[in-house]
Design a protein around this ligand. Structure first.
Ligand code: FAD
Length: 340
């Protein structure tokens, strides 16, 4: 059992910044996330897209924001428990007991839920045979693009991820892009590049087509696609990549006895506590009058929730407001050297 001051559920931008705010006031956090990496929506949905409304950063990508947030919490040596979902929360004496899908157990006086829109799960191919090849030759994300090098890759989808990966993998793989409609949904600029690559015979494009069946014994060999008139085509392929979007589910959060309104958790705006003492909700998952689902709002919410956690984590101490510019204790926690 891991004992800590605060368990942060969700390693999106808001959860990461909450760790910083907790660390500054001397509270220790453990972070759990369902994904295999930190960064939440910024990393999973738009790693390369520019963000223009982070205070003090005129432009940054989802990926660079995540890197900077991680750099900022480095002094606190936080443990991340990835690829596991928080399943259960229960009260044990005056602490919260948190159990994950990997059966890790935490005991803490406080929980900060920074679970965004819930857990992400990719929408999958509708045909049953695809399951057999999943994670061997059927994938829903690219973990390492080199895996696809010199292979025949069929990419399904018409949104940004499908277009971006078709363009990227066409540099060293034999790419066929299959989309069920006549128009792509992704950025105009990316559609333009795909059309240009098609003309140059660097990408094959099949639209409007969708998957009909998959053939292969131990290894994927061919797929059959069909159009709206049931006309079929056979394509030899080594791998399938499906980009049909993500299904977002609140998941087990709905069973924790918290008030839930339209898939969000109502909080008070004084310290972002929910209807349960010691459970706070910040970022996209929380709601209150005037809530803006922006990263910058989540940062503010994290700062106040961290102060809210102090009361239960240090019941015999009084919280004192301090600035990082002048607080010696905050600077010590950040590892700032005396003469800096
Ligand atoms: P998330 O980023 O959603 O992270 C939540 C994390 O919690 C996820 O990693 C999830 O896996 C995890 N989780 C959920 N349930 C559990 C569980 N039970 N156990 C363990 N882990 C769990 N905002 C801006 O401010 N500016 C922009 O320009 C901007 N552009 C955007 C562009 C796009 C395409 C999208 C989709 C969003 C954009 N946003 C933008 C919104 C911004 O990304 C969100 O407001 C922000 O990501 C919310 O952060 P979060 O940490 O609250 O949640």
């Amino acid at each position: 059992m891991i004992k800590t001051d605060v368990v942060v559920i969700g390693a999106g931008p808001v959860g990461l910044f909450a760790v910083h705010q907790l660390g500054l006031i001397g509270l220790k956090a453990e972070v759990v996330d369902n994904l295999d990496k930190v960064g939440g929506q910024c990393i999973e949905l738009y790693p390369d897209k520019p963000i223009y409304d982070i205070p003090g950063l005129p432009e940054c990508s989802g990926e660079s924001l995540t890197k900077n947030l991680l750099e900022q919490i480095k002094p606190f040596k936080t443990n991340f428990h990835l690829s596991q979902r928080v399943e259960q929360i229960s009260k044990e004496e005056n602490k919260w007991k948190i159990v994950t899908s990997k059966k890790n157990i935490f005991l803490a006086p406080n929980i900060i839920i920074a679970a965004g829109v819930g857990s992400f799960e990719p929408r999958k191919f509708s045909i049953k045979e695809a399951e057999k090849f999943e994670n061997k030759s059927v994938f829903y994300s690219v973990k390492d693009k080199i895996f696809f090098k010199d292979k025949k890759v069929c990419i399904f989808g018409g949104g940004d991820s499908a277009l971006d990966w078709a363009i990227e993998l066409s540099k060293f793989s034999d790419v066929t892009l299959v989309h069920r409609r006549n128009e792509f949904r992704g950025a105009e600029h990316s559609s333009g590049i795909v059309k240009k690559l098609e003309k140059e015979k660097k990408i094959k494009v099949k639209m409007p087509f969708q998957i009909h069946s998959i053939e292969g014994k131990d290894k994927l060999e061919t797929i059959i696609i069909k159009d709206d008139n049931e006309k079929t085509e056979k394509i030899e392929t080594d791998c399938l990549l499906g980009f049909f979007g993500l299904i977002m589910k609140l998941g087990p959060i709905v069973n924790w006895g918290l008030n839930v309104e339209k898939k969000t958790i109502p909080v008070n705006t004084e310290n972002f506590q929910t209807n349960k003492e010691g459970i706070f909700a910040i970022g996209d998952i929380c709601t209150y009058p005037g809530k803006l689902k922006l990263i910058l709002s989540g940062f503010h919410e994290g700062a106040l929730a961290a102060r809210g956690c102090f009361k239960l984590a240090r019941p015999n101490e009084k919280y004192r407001f301090e600035f990082t510019t002048t607080s010696k204790s905050m600077q010590e926690r950040l590892g700032v050297k005396k003469n800096d």
